[in-house]
Design a protein around this ligand. Structure first.
Ligand code: URA
Length: 433
């Protein structure tokens, strides 16, 4: 088999065989295929696409390129949720304890933030002492004992994706539907879950900017999950505005705790209840309506918060911080961003909000960058709200005084204010089963 022939076949619109796809992915993994040929094939896929069969083969080859977890020693149904990434998206911190408190196992592997999007592992590490690296045995024991454990991706999962993603990033081939689907699902399927709920974000803060594109990506990922024998559903959720009011690691943990206490922002609470409802339904706890009620109840009666505290304690985190969130370390500088106009906030460029938070120290440009856990943004007004000139629309928090002016300018430029109240967009557009 020759890489030249595979590139030519795809360039001319042909369908690659399972063997050709396996040959390509194994050559990427062992380094025998040079970057220029890998990039050329990614570009050919970008323009000519892939059939569902090709995309499934590609995903499975990516999944099989590295370690795979074996959760057979975990008793009970295991369910996971994966978000395609957004701003202020701290849903895992709420849905995992909600679901675990209702008897469904959550054995979660999460990532770190990069660029404008945050990562669950960084958020948890804002809790002093929280250990995000557990041995396989400790991880499995914790899931069996308390129903929920969460770790970072320390193993060699889907190494082919690591190389492919780095090349796609510099060859303008990231936003290809089959390449994104294979990248996300290749990693997801390396974990051994029974059920997967995909939270496919749509809008200015996400990869997919339109609902139609998000639906097509969701359809493809659901088909891949099902052909791997996993019960899979996807929700298309709104990322045209940050989720909740907090952007930044410790700020988001505090907001998640408030939500588990039943006092979270309405939009964030609604998305969490919907995701948890679908996770419980996939795990066989009832229909989605019944499961959403159960999720609400787990928040009202305190069992979800108790499960979160139990997990924090089990992983070495300081539970006092969860019991009294006022004890989280505070940023040195607090700056109010005031509206320059009177009117309705009709548009907020969510990606720019994420970048403003990154400028304050809450995120990282490269994977080696350090994070300021106390930095970030608290939104006082969001899309659809009325604001008067001079009124505070957001609070910036940082330990780097020099970052304030830049972040303020970014936030103001990203917030469009007009006289007409904007049309209200749904938080959850639809479900793809
Ligand atoms: N997230 C991933 O893991 N891969 C992509 O290609 C896009 C988003």
């Amino acid at each position: 088999m020759r890489m030249y022939d595979i590139i030519k076949k795809k360039r001319d619109g042909g369908e690659l065989s399972t063997e050709e796809i396996k040959y390509f992915v194994s050559g990427v993994t062992d380094g025998s295929i040079p970057d220029y040929q890998t990039s050329a094939l990614c570009m050919a896929i970008y323009f000519k696409g892939m059939s569902v069969r090709e995309t499934c083969d590609f995903t499975f080859a990516v999944r099989d390129s590295g370690d795979r977890l074996n959760f057979s020693e975990i008793n009970g149904i295991r369910v996971d949720k994966h978000s395609t990434g957004g701003v202020g998206d701290k849903t895992s911190l709420v849905v995992a304890p909600v679901v675990a408190s209702l008897g469904v196992k959550v054995a979660k592997m999460s990532g770190r933030g990069l660029g404008h999007t945050g990562g669950t592992i960084d958020k948890l590490e804002a809790i002093e002492g929280f250990n995000t690296t557990l041995s396989d045995a400790d991880f499995i024991k914790q899931v069996n004992d308390i129903g929920f454990a969460i770790v970072g991706q320390s193993r060699q999962f889907a190494p082919a994706d690591k190389k492919l993603y780095a090349l796609r990033d510099v060859t303008a081939t990231v936003d290809s539907m089959p390449l994104i689907a294979a990248s996300i699902m290749g990693k997801k399927l390396a974990a051994d879950d029974d059920c997967i709920v995909l939270d496919v974000k749509t809008g200015s803060g996400s990869f997919m900017k339109t609902v139609e594109d998000s639906k097509a990506l969701a359809r493809l990922m659901v088909d891949i999950g099902k052909s791997a024998g996993k019960k899979t559903v996807a929700l298309i959720t709104n990322m045209d505005r940050p989720l909740g009011c907090a952007i930044g690691n410790a700020l988001e943990v505090i907001e998640a705790v408030e939500t588990l206490n039943g006092h979270g922002p309405e939009d964030f609470t609604e998305v969490c209840i919907t995701l948890a409802g679908h996770m419980l339904a996939l795990a066989g706890k009832g229909n989605v309506k019944e499961c959403k009620k159960m999720a609400e109840q787990a928040i009202q009666d305190g069992s979800a918060l108790a499960k979160f505290k139990q997990t924090v304690a089990a992983q070495g985190g300081k539970v006092e911080l969860i019991e009294n969130t006022a004890n989280f370390a505070k940023a040195k500088y607090v700056h109010a961003v005031k509206s320059v106009k009177t009117g309705y906030i009709c548009k907020a460029d969510t990606e720019a909000y994420g970048l403003a938070s990154l400028a304050l120290g809450a995120g990282r440009n490269t994977i080696e960058d350090a994070i300021d856990y106390s930095a970030g943004i608290m939104l006082k007004r969001k899309t659809g709200d009325f604001v008067k000139e001079g009124e505070e629309i957001a609070t910036l928090l940082t330990n780097d005084e020099s970052a304030i002016a830049k972040a303020e300018a970014m936030l103001l430029a990203a917030t469009e204010i007009q006289q007409k109240k904007p049309k209200e967009e749904p938080l959850v557009y639809c479900t793809v089963e």
